[in-house]
Design a protein around this ligand. Structure first.
Ligand code: DUC
Ligand code: ZN
Ligand code: ZN
Length: 488
């Protein structure tokens, strides 16, 4: 029956180790990982000889069925996850958006949207304004709802952005709950000025989007967020690191011992904007995301930072709008819904860019696409590993085959693909989710409703040592400090 699965003869890869072994699965759970497992009766047998057997990808950053910029993303929990599975990603963490300022109402709305899930998922919570009731509801999210991360916006002035005073309060609240503070790091006031300047200059097309919010503004906000997190003494996660400017701030902080996590996204690693701002509006508008895709050089530098561990895991910020929606901004780039695709392409593009190019090992690949995300959000080794007892979310990857990306064959609902025409080495040949084969021979057979919500517990491990540092700080306040010498 389909509840028993045996994967024979592949190279099983975890973040720390690889070995030739068989993987035996029962009822959605990995039961054994060892060489030469005897073939039981009644089993679905998969031959992985010459191929890699790896944990399914975990995308730490997606937006499915999200209302944003006057419209809603075209991929919902069904189409977005179907696309993910066809590309070897078996879990994602999506951002819940509060409803009328209520986190509880937002959570309930996303629970409904996620009912048609065909793979497991977790939630981050976006904080879209800040007040006492939001602060109170954060506790409910952490203690009762399985959310351990909150994203604050330093950009989107006039809607999502909060100032430094409130950002500090948010960071403090995260710390007191054992939750991870995340930031969208761009200087929103400066972006607002940049946008006005572009419009005054008559630059209303998609290139104005990139010109109005350059890398220096991402660097500034990243540096500020890092320093504010240091002031509060709480860990920080910087989402969608798109520039050298931001990456170097993260590198410096990590070198000093500060707990800062940096997440590049596939578009920032793989693309740069030379030739991107085509005069044809739709061709260019599909690339509009925030922070924007940068000039050549940032992409390679982010790859290098990922290979040396300055950045730790790869997301997508998958947030797609079709051409009709992108066209809302035909006369004014400020109205182009921000977001690009990536959930289906991530595993292939990271392989091709990082492993095939010789920058990282296969074990590192597993770490940055899956294991590190599971560790950070405290769901390892249930997720992110091929070990006895882990969930059977597995891919069979053929390094000698190849992939090709096109909107005509992708599984997302959007009508364009920012990686259109791109080819590369390696292919996800089989995806197994919850012990079920859902992708094989280029055929997708997903089961809506079988995806489970994965509760993510508070991040006690990340806060190790923080209490000690706080105690030291408090005792330094009590200690008599001679600040001024008496001159008399
Ligand atoms: N950036 C995007 O491009 N889309 C969603 C939100 C964001 O910050
Ligand atoms: Zn963002
Ligand atoms: Zn995002």
């Amino acid at each position: 029956s389909s509840s028993k699965l045996l994967i024979k003869g592949g190279t099983v890869v975890n973040a720390h180790h690889q070995q030739i072994a068989d993987v035996y699965v029962e009822d959605g759970i990995i039961v054994a990982v060892q060489p030469n497992i005897k073939v039981p009766d009644d089993v679905t047998l998969l031959d992985a000889t010459g191929k890699y057997v790896m944990p399914g990808g975990i995308d730490p950053h997606t937006h499915l069925a999200m209302e944003f910029m006057g419209t809603e993303t075209i991929d919902d929990y069904f189409s977005g996850q179907a696309a993910a599975l066809a590309g070897g990603t078996t879990m994602h963490i999506d951002f819940v958006i509060p409803v009328n300022g209520s986190l509880v109402a937002g959570f309930e709305a996303y629970e409904k949207k996620a009912k048609k899930s065909c793979m497991d998922y977790g939630f981050h919570m976006a904080i879209t304004k800040w007040d006492e009731s939001v602060s109170r509801e954060m506790e409910i999210m952490v203690k009762e709802k399985g959310i351990n991360s909150f994203k604050f916006f330093m950009a989107y002035k006039g809607s999502l952005m909060i100032n430094d005073e409130l950002l500090l309060q948010g960071f403090e609240r995260c710390k007191s709950l054992g939750a991870l503070a995340m930031v969208h790091a761009e200087n929103g006031d400066a972006v607002f000025e940049g946008q006005k300047r572009m419009i005054e200059l008559g630059i209303t097309g998609p290139e104005g989007h990139a010109l109005s919010r350059p890398a220096v503004l991402e660097g500034e906000a990243t540096a500020r967020a890092i320093r504010l997190a240091k002031f509060v003494n709480t860990p920080l996660y910087v989402v969608h690191v798109m520039s050298i400017d931001a990456m170097e701030e993260i590198a410096k902080a990590r070198k000093s011992g500060q707990k800062v996590i940096g997440e590049p996204v596939v578009s920032g690693l793989v693309l740069n904007d030379s030739g991107l701002w085509d005069p044809e509006f739709i061709t260019a508008a599909k690339y509009v995301m925030s922070p924007p895709i940068r000039e050549a050089g940032h992409d390679k530098a982010l790859q290098a930072a990922l290979s040396t561990g300055v950045l730790q895991l790869v997301g997508t910020d998958h947030c797609v709008f079709n051409s009709t929606q992108k066209a809302f901004g035909i006369d004014d780039f400020r109205k182009i819904p921000n977001g690009v695709n990536g959930i289906e392409e991530r595993m292939h593009l990271v392989w091709d860019t990082m492993v095939e190019s010789g920058q990282i090992s296969v074990t590192d690949y597993v770490r940055i696409t899956s294991t590190e995300c599971a560790r950070i959000f405290n769901i390892y080794p249930r997720k992110g590993a091929i070990l006895a007892g882990s969930d059977a979310d597995i891919i069979i990857f053929n390094p000698n085959s190849s992939f090709e990306i096109s909107a005509s064959s992708h599984h997302s609902r959007t009508d364009t693909n920012i990686y259109e025409g791109r080819k590369g080495k390696g292919k996800v040949e089989v995806t197994i989710v919850g012990g079920r084969v859902v992708w094989k021979d280029d055929e997708l057979k997903v089961v809506p409703g079988c995806g489970k919500y994965i509760e993510m517990p508070p991040l006690s491990y990340l806060f190790n040592g923080i209490d000690k540092a706080d105690a030291k700080y408090r005792s330094s306040l009590k200690a008599p400090v001679k600040r001024f010498k008496s001159t008399s």
